[in-house]
Write a protein that binds this ligand. Sequence first.
Ligand SMILES: Nc1ncnc2c1ncn2[C@@H]1O[C@H](COP(=O)(O)OP(=O)(O)OP(=O)(O)O)[C@@H](O)[C@H]1O
Ligand SMILES: [Mg+2]
Length: 229
Amino acid sequence: MPVVAPIAPRGFFVTGTDTGVGKTRVACALLRALVRSGVRAVGMKPVAAGAVHDAEGLLNEDVVELNAASTFVVPRALVNPYCFEPAIAPHIAAARAGVNIELARIVTAFDALARQADMVVVEGAGGFCIPLGDAFDSADLAKRLDLPVILVVGLRLGCLNHALLTAQAIRARGLRLAGWIANRIDPAMEAVDENVIALADRLGAPLLAEWPNAPAGALELTLEWLDGA
Ligand SMILES: Nc1ncnc2c1ncn2[C@@H]1O[C@H](COP(=O)(O)OP(=O)(O)OP(=O)(O)O)[C@@H](O)[C@H]1O
Ligand SMILES: [Mg+2]
């Protein structure tokens, strides 16, 4: 079964309807599915806020998870060019640290990863339009990397509006919404099926997976959709 389209993208940009909606889980599940299929795939978290100090510097938990799901371990400076200690909005964390986040540096790191791997799975910070500097945001980063976007919809009250606005923003940048994941982060949410149907009718992109509320190991992605990605 061919799992990579003849002209496969260099990777995917995983965004979400919000912070904490399952982007890391989806990015890792995608990486594991690619790796299982023999694709050399690595994860990248260009900008992370919320980290602890270790011997090498600052370490964010998403970076640990993405590295563990990748085909090979990559130097932290490439996987995560910008890391800040406080778990606050990245451009504010950067300003507090006296750091200017530069798109060029992220693109250079991405290109280095893309030379070593067949695919790079990039996890955005927060939601799609999160500011990264005075004059640019995460959507500008996705555009510079020119990757198809996967949208993780955290199923909770309010997600319809967030999902539809995010899809609009993705397309407004001229990017392709490759698909979306319905992720049941709130086990108490009512009318889940109706919400998923409402989005399936309106998002205009394939529903790649419907994930129940479950431990990380139980949630997987299959790659049939990748043929057309
Ligand atoms: N389907 C699910 N069932 C149960 N828990 C989930 C599910 N999806 C995600 N979670 C949990 O929700 C939390 C947030 O998930 P995750 O870290 O993947 O989100 P994120 O969008 O990457 O967050 P961030 O914006 O901080 O990067 C984690 O504790 C994760 O284990
Ligand atoms: Mg994450």
